[in-house]
Design a protein around this ligand. Structure first.
Ligand code: SAH
Length: 388
């Protein structure tokens, strides 16, 4: 029998409300055990199920299973991961790079598993989860037939769990570059060194969305490895990919060449300055993508972040020709959907453009945002048309 944690009524209420975390302040009696799976009960002694236990973290418990008879063993992990993978089946028809497990969104708290063709990148983001490294690795191997599994355990949240930050193989070898396909375009993912686990998988469908309406001269602002640019290049007359990182743009150029596109050029620049300069020069574009990094890293930086989002969006709006299309996104968890739309409203007002909302985008199938767990959601976007 695993050790038992006793939690407060407030902690139990969170679980009943559909949220898997119990904070340190709601632990009445911690389990007498190292990190791993523990049984949980309330102060009346009623069983609440099983959770991952992280002694050093503010998030002490993460609910795994509310069934008091559950057994958190290799079979349990395999069944949960298999369920998450099965949900993604439709994606596999048009892409071979996507997320297999999105942590709490898939009932597998603090676990991220991404597929890049035949290779898998994993993030084990809590001390409790680390105790099941072997079970998780085995389950992924048998469920995917992967040729290699890499742990991108360099994420900063591991520090808060008392865990070291490192990149290490869990099984086999994962190449430094993996060529993947995404709705008819190809690009190189960088599992060992790229942002996140090697590519931004969460924008896959949004690239198709803006690609499907792209026209005229196009801009891909905050381009990174050029993933939006690749989809724009198929429909637009020409594409300019803008990023402040020369290294990112070099990779974008390789991806463009891989697809044989001849209509993409690259500009290394600060996006804020670039957009301003283009407005001053009287430039116009038929299609613009604005996909910035998370400007709001925390609540304190929210106000400045909104100013930043507004600035890039209002300049992008000014640059659209009549009938031009803008896809804009924010991946800041702290910028709510409501705040995002309010920011766009202000940007449109300041730009003096009549912007029509054509679509609001949420996270794709492989990054499930569970509405009772706000922390599973971070990405929101909008497709807008300049009506005048
Ligand atoms: N659109 C990309 C992801 C963008 S990530 C995709 O779909 O894959 C954000 C990118 O913004 C990074 O490549 C980073 O180098 C770039 N960046 C950050 N600050 C910037 C700035 N001020 N000006 C231009 N690029 C910037």
């Amino acid at each position: 029998m695993p050790a038992t944690a006793t939690i407060s009524a407030r902690g139990a209420r969170r679980w009943h409300g559909g949220h898997p975390w119990v904070f340190r302040s709601d632990i009445v009696q911690p389990p007498d055990s190292p990190p791993g799976a523990v049984a949980v009960r309330d102060q009346q002694g009623r069983s609440l199920g099983f959770a991952l236990w992280s002694p050093a973290s503010e998030i002490s418990l993460r609910l795994l299973d509310s069934d008091p008879d559950a057994r958190i063993n290799a079979r349990w992990w395999e069944a949960r991961i298999a369920h998450a993978i099965a949900r993604r089946k439709p994606i596999g028809e048009s892409a071979n790079a996507y997320r297999l497990v999105h942590g709490e969104g898939d009932g597998l708290p603090s676990l991220v598993v991404d597929r890049f063709d035949k290779w898998i990148v994993v993030q084990l983001l809590s001390a409790g989860l680390e105790a099941f490294r072997a079970e998780i690795t085995d389950a992924i191997r048998s469920l995917t037939g992967a040729e290699g599994i890499l742990a991108r355990n360099d994420a900063s949240v591991r520090t808060r769990e008392g865990l070291s930050r490192l990149v290490e193989p869990l099984w086999g070898d994962v190449p430094h570059e993996v060529e993947v396909t995404e709705h008819g375009v190809r690009y190189l993912a960088a599992p060992h060194t790229g942002q996140k686990t090697g590519a931004f998988l969460d924008q896959r469908e949004n690239r198709v969305l803006i690609g499907s309406v792209a026209k005229g001269s196009a801009l891909d602002v905050f381009s990174y490895h050029g993933s939006f640019a690749l989809h724009l290049a198929r429909a637009a007359t020409d594409v300019t990919a803008v990023d402040s990182s020369a290294e990112a743009l070099e990779r974008a150029a390789v991806n463009v060449a891989l697809n044989g596109f001849k209509n993409v050029s690259f500009v290394q620049a600060d996006a804020f300055e670039f957009l301003r300069e283009r407005v001053k020069a009287g430039a116009r574009y038929g299609t613009i993508v604005v996909d910035p990094p998370a400007f709001a890293k925390n609540k304190a930086s929210l106000e400045g972040a909104i100013r930043g989002y507004k600035d890039v969006n209002l300049h992008a709006m000014r640059l659209l020709e009549p009938g031009g299309m803008l896809y804009t996104a924010s991946c800041s968890y702290h910028v709510s959907k409501a705040l995002f739309l309010e920011m766009l409203q202000e940007a449109a007002a300041s730009a003096g453009r009549r912007m029509v909302l054509r679509a609001i985008t949420a996270q794709p199938l492989d990054h499930p945002e569970v509405i009772t767990i706000p922390e599973t959601g971070y990405l929101k976007g909008a497709l807008l048309e300049a009506a005048d």
